[in-house]
Design a protein around this ligand. Sequence first.
Ligand code: SAM
Length: 291
Amino acid sequence: MSQKVTQKEIWHETLHDSFGQYFTVEKELYRDKTEHQDLVIFENAALGRVMALDGVVQTTERDEFIYHEMMTHVPLLAHGNAKKVLIIGGGDGGMLREVCRHTQVEHITMVEIDAGVVEFCRQYLPNHSAGSYEDARFNLVIDDGVNFVNQTTETYDVIISDCTDPIGPGESLFTSAFYEGCARCLNPGGIFVAQNGVCFLQQDEAVNSHHKLRHYFKDVSFYQAAVPTYYGGIMTFAWATNNLDYRHIDNATLQARFVASGITSRYYNPAVHHGSFALPQYLLNALSAAR
Ligand code: SAM
């Protein structure tokens, strides 16, 4: 939603009814209704290019690295030998860029419901994908993620659900059917991670995901990072695997893997990796109360 004011257009996020954020619109680059969503991309003086779907900020050039580094390097370095990676959603291309940095990964499939998001983000957010769509390991599938994970015969070592919030097309990616499908197409020792909202404002999302995931995985928890434009506090990332050791990987191993990867990061490091699994007491209380 946007309104013209005397000197600049103001774009207001519509995620929460009574509490939110706004952006001045220096220049609107693209606005259209794709097959599934309202998509807008505009320039903001503080955050660079901003992309929103159905009135909800998806990503900004200035802070996207925090989110994309944490949703890729944490599971991939904890796993240590992932060859096949599945990204669900991820249409802006940032998640693919970070997965491609892991040279031991041999196949990357991205299942995105909206071809328009991929097309327009390639054009208007080129720094997100940064050429990774041309990576020979990459394969794009246009489909609903829940359909794909319940029909594919492929299996994966890491699945990353980089989806919108559980409204509109994203709703199906927070269901038991989706989680069951992911559990089915994960290899033994595989890891599933998913964006799971800002728990201070969207606590039910984390509680509901935790409750559902526990039916399919032995180790279900969260890790977190504060991403400024996902306002309201820390964003929680769902963590689900049958390998109970991954979350307790020793620092020396993690450090060695990070150095061997040759990846230069702007947010991620092994200490942040370990610290990200420390969760606020209010979330722990809510999760245990829902058991
Ligand atoms: N970083 C963002 C966040 O945390 O909210 C997510 C960014 S990414 C642009 C979200 C993507 O999920 C969009 O491209 C959207 O089209 C895609 N998506 C939504 N529902 C989907 C579904 N059911 N299957 C596959 N992709 C979906």
